[in-house]
Write a protein that binds this ligand. Structure first.
Ligand code: ATP
Ligand code: MG
Length: 465
């Protein structure tokens, strides 16, 4: 199997030394490579007990067992792996028999989840080429080349070649701690290049989500896309419209809520992918200059919070992402004579139902998102008991954060955010003083609303103040 294997020849790939054994001379190779334990830095200490348990139990039962994908890629890059994917020649049924704490999931792509407390190890049977249909575990492809099902079992090498990127096709063998590289993934890790295995256009047609994965890994790892991998994306971006909204929601969380949201966002926009995911937000960005800045600021804040290990919620991020379209629609409805509060509610409803056609946002996030929007209308009303009710609202903090971003993005003139900052920090006496100040300040009181409403009727979609 490893006849193309060339072990540590002298050659131009000098930089490989930094990744592997400092004594070793780098490999120059094409074709499969095997890197033995003493020549690579990946160690069992990088892996969780659960992952090791799964590997050893498969191995002891006579099966092949490898760690593959993100955990090996990240270990090679000196990052702590966060989840573990196992590849094996055992079938899902055989895996199920070995692990009581496991279940088979997925139809399109059957895998086994082995659970240890909160940790889940994903165990996948080697896949073959979709055409090699020698069992009842079939693969299906649509006329357009989309892989509808991929359950044809294969061997290790075939499994490697059906994976997406070369850097994700590195296998760590529990039998001898070696790494198998079938697709020159080591070179690409060294060159910090993201390269699809096979013909990129075909691979994106098989599974358009690979375009989002390309962006995600480029953003997360700060890698460049190989020219051929990058080339078809702009044209093939509309293929994303075929992907079920629930799958896209999961991908959005990985793009935006894992610490590299700003970089992901810029790449999505550059490749025309953002418009396929959030068409209304994309349109709003073309018409209202502050909307793009608002999204950037929300993502910057999310990235920062993740770095600081503070909690983040998709509700806040989606509230910021879709606020532009909500404001556009609200302005239209108000222009037709609807008062601001019902206009905001109707606009929210419309934007959510349009967005759900692309990305399914679970109710547990869309409900608080609507609260955050409703509160944008209540925040300028700073009189009497209302202020305390607003302050006590469970989404007040998120709504206040969105208000600050709206000011920072240039949608609103600054002022209201500072007022709420002061109010939250104030003691009772100071709060009374702040409330009194609002009474004397028409810009902040409910009394000015009528005037503002008339002013914004023509077309300005921005709200309040
Ligand atoms: P991370 O878990 O850090 O986000 P990962 O590379 O492990 O990154 P997973 O989604 O966990 O990503 O997938 C595990 C592996 O399965 C990948 O590394 C890749 O080899 C393969 N894989 C996942 N999704 C696809 C896909 N759409 N097409 C081809 N191979 C895929
Ligand atoms: Mg993974």
């Amino acid at each position: 199997m490893f006849k193309g294997f060339t072990r540590f020849l002298q050659g131009p790939g000098e930089r490989l030394k930094s990744l592997f054994d400092p004594q070793a001379v780098p490999v120059v190779s094409s074709g499969p490579r095997l890197i033995s334990r003493e020549d690579h830095p990946v160690s069992r200490q990088h892996f969780s007990d659960a992952a090791l348990k799964v590997l050893y139990r498969l191995h002891n039962a006579g099966h092949q067992a490898f760690l593959v994908g993100g955990c090996i890629r990240d270990s090679l890059l000196g990052r702590m792996p966060k989840d573990f994917d196992v590849a094996t020649d055992a079938t899902p049924e055989q895996i199920r028999e070995l692990f009581r704490n496991s279940r088979i999931i997925g139809r399109r792509f059957r895998i086994v989840h082995v659970r240890f407390g909160r940790e889940v190890i994903e165990v996948t049977t080697f896949r073959g080429k979709p055409g090699d249909d020698h069992s009842d575990h079939i693969a299906q492809q649509s006329d357009a080349g989309l892989l509808l099902r991929d359950n044809v079992w294969g061997n290790l090498e075939e499994d490697a070649l059906r994976r997406d990127f070369t850097i994700n096709a590195l296998y760590y063998n529990i039998a001898d701690y070696s790494i198998h590289d079938f697709a020159e993934g080591i070179e690409d890790i060294e060159a910090r290049t993201l390269r699809l295995i096979g013909d990129p256009a075909t691979r994106y047609r098989e599974d358009p989500v690979r375009m989002l994965r390309a962006v995600r890994f480029a953003a997360k790892l700060d890698f460049d896309l190989d020219v051929a991998t990058e080339a078809p994306i702009l044209e093939q971006a509309p293929l994303l419209l075929q992907i079920p909204p629930a799958r896209l929601f999961d991908e959005i969380l990985k793009l935006f809520m894992t610490g590299h949201g700003v970089a992901s966002f810029h790449l999505l926009c550059d490749f025309g992918l953002f418009a396929m995911l959030f068409p209304e937000a994309d349109e709003a960005m073309n018409e209202l200059p502050w909307t793009e800045r608002l999204v950037e600021l929300a993502l910057e804040s999310t990235d920062r919070r993740i770095r600081e290990e503070r909690p983040v919620t998709p509700a806040f991020l989606f509230a910021a992402l879709l606020w532009g379209p909500v404001q556009q629609r609200q302005a239209i409805l108000e222009g037709d004579g609807m008062p601001p509060v019902p206009a905001l509610q109707a606009a929210s409803q419309q934007v959510i139902s349009r967005q759900l056609q692309h990305i399914s946002i679970p109710k547990r996030f869309s409900m608080p998102m609507r609260d955050i929007w409703d509160l944008q209308h209540r925040l300028p009303l700073r009189r009497g008991r209302r202020v305390f009710q607003t302050r006590e609202h469970p989404r007040f903090r998120a709504a206040y954060d969105l208000l600050l971003l709206r000011e920072a993005a240039g949608e609103l003139a600054p002022g209201l955010g500072d007022w709420w900052t002061a109010f939250q920090e104030a003691d009772e006496h100071e709060q009374r003083r702040l409330l009194g100040k609002v009474g004397a300040d028409p810009a902040g009181s409910g009394a000015s609303r009528k005037r503002r409403r008339r002013r914004r009727k023509p077309r300005s979609p921005s709200s309040e103040t």
